[in-house]
Write a protein that binds this ligand. Structure first.
Ligand code: ADP
Length: 171
């Protein structure tokens, strides 16, 4: 589907295999690695990513930082931190929106065209997928209203259940 000038692809898969300008990592505030998608990215991308992460000295929730992609087939990794669900005084929605928006803005600052996102916060951080997908779509719609280099956004889901929720919502 299309939103403004941007092609949106909803796919099942492993984000570490994406051959795009940037993949987004659902990191934690330390940027020093963790489980889930974060663990997979560092494991496959190798130590160059962690080395550059250390120089950022962490990342506040909702913000985004960029590093090399190391051995991954993409060009950059954009590390963002989504909110833990139920821990942020009802600020979750804004923080998740910011995580997507700031990742897209950072990609555009680097003149990137294609970017792939995992479903941020919906694993260990407990954000319900059906609530998260509304925030994702709204963030992309709002971002698409401004001129940018971004032409392709891939939303990569790791389970059939999440894939179906995203597919149904975006249709
Ligand atoms: P968070 O802490 O932000 O919730 P998680 O990594 O625990 O991050 O989970 C975020 C989402 O990423 C979950 O839906 C999880 O199933 C998914 N995920 C885990 N590994 C991968 C991967 N290699 N590629 C794409 N998505 C993944």
């Amino acid at each position: 589907m299309r939103i403004g000038d941007i092609n949106i692809n909803i796919k099942m898969g492993d984000i570490t295999e994406e051959k795009v300008d940037a993949i987004v990592n659902a990191a934690n505030n330390t940027l020093l690695g963790g489980g889930g998608v974060d663990g997979a990215i560092h494991k496959k991308g190798g130590p160059a990513i962690l080395e550059q992460c250390k120089k950022h000295s962490g990342c506040p929730t909702g913000e985004a930082k960029i590093t090399t992609a190391g051995n991954l087939p993409c060009k950059y990794v954009i590390h963002t931190v989504g909110p833990m669900y139920g821990r942020s005084d009802s600020m979750e929605e804004v923080l998740l929106y910011n995580a997507y928006t700031n990742s897209l803005k950072l990609a555009a600052e680097y003149n990137l065209k294609s970017i792939s996102f995992p479903s941020i916060s919906t694993g260990a951080y407990g954000y319900p997928i059906d609530e998260a997908v509304e925030v994702v779509k709204r963030a992309i719609e709002d971002f698409s209203r401004n001129e940018s280099t971004i032409r392709e956004i891939n939303l990569i889901l790791f389970s059939n259940y999440n894939f179906k929720i995203y597919s149904d919502y975006f249709e």
